[in-house]
Design a protein around this ligand. Sequence first.
Ligand code: NAP
Length: 428
Amino acid sequence: MRGFARRKTLPDYKHIRVPDQGEALSVAADGSLQVPDKPIIPFIEGDGTGPDIWKAAVGVFDAAVEQTYGGERRLQWMEVFAGEKANGVYGPDTWLPEETNQAIRDFRVAIKGPLTTPVGGGIRSINVALRQIHDLYSCVRPVRWFQGVPAPVKEPGLLDIVLFRENTEDVYSGLEFSEGSDDARKIIGLVEELTGRKLRPDSGVGIKPVSRTATRRLVRAALRYALEKNRKSVTLVHKGNIQKFTEGAFRDWGYELAVEEFRDQVITEQEMWDKHDGKCPQGKLLVQDRIADAMFQQLLLRPDEYDVIATTNLNGDYLSDAAAAQVGGLGLAPGANIGDGIAVFEATHGTAPKYAGQDKVNPGSVILSGVLMLEYLGWDEAARNITVAIEKTIGDGDVTYDLHRQMKGATLKSCSGFAGAIIDNLAT
Ligand code: NAP
């Protein structure tokens, strides 16, 4: 009856077909996510190779949930539209229909394949728009190595981090004024008036906002994750030595939040040296900070000393791709964009259009994004089942072309063949 009541309140969509079975997720008064046994999950299959990848990935998700929970739980998929397919369904130049956004709001957790970035038109990037419209303020990127994947460093297995990148501010705020424009001239004039400093008149100008509010909620999400998953440290990465009131403030607000809200569970690096001779006491989460340029070196030289990382938007952008390269590239890098009680999980690579319809590319990034989604739903057993099966599949040398061309003695699998091998390797 409860499910029926919740279903009755669902809006009528024009082109989206709500599945006959299943319920929407909800959020309790204390902010916790309430997950029914048959949650309705909106999905965007994506452009280019998206349909190939999605078809392969969904087979893995369904098989893992079925094998793990024996029919007690099921994901009820509901297609929603964005990108090129949305143009076909809703009419030209409709890249991200309002109905899709409404469905994401109504059902709270969605997953997507890669989307074409429209050239020209009213929308800069569908991915950025989704993050902004739904205030998905944490971009979460776990980066780890899978045994057998060729990597440029000697010991790629030492890196196992989860990066929380602030998703809404910094130089991504879109506040840029082109060289010679009236607005740029006005801002240059204002800067001179306020500081006495002259900027070159032929400068383009950008604004980098970093707020206490956005920093605190991002760092809170990283700390909660680290505590829940028993990770050993959270490192605040910033460029505060130069940009004191944005990047430096990010570090200060991060520490402030950590001791204010998590006092009993955390220890700062300073406290560790002052009171514990540089050793983190048992059961405490270490909160430390590193300057961004040093962090790039540290991840290469001492990767096992880092765990969860919380950082500003641009640092996070660079750092997540560099870390992914260190363990063999973006092909197996999943991503999540998470807000309060709402999340969109996504492949981190693009649409690779030249391979569209060839059942060729690696579906690993979307499959691992689904693993993140299952963890977010609290279905950790199914998530673990898939991860172990992927480890085994790659370990056996059953891989798609991108890994095959770099791995000696491997067996070439198609996109669907790779997914099939993962399904075969799921624990029953
Ligand atoms: P891309 O689609 O990521 O493809 C670049 C190259 O990466 C491919 O040619 C292929 O390399 C490799 N690759 C990508 N996905 C792969 C997969 N699943 N398996 C194996 N190899 C894979 O980047 P792009 O060509 O610059 O972008 C194409 C479109 O995607 C653009 O419209 C772009 O804006 C969009 N995009 C979307 C997202 C997103 O939705 N999150 C992210 C990035 C880009 P080889 O040629 O060496 O085989």
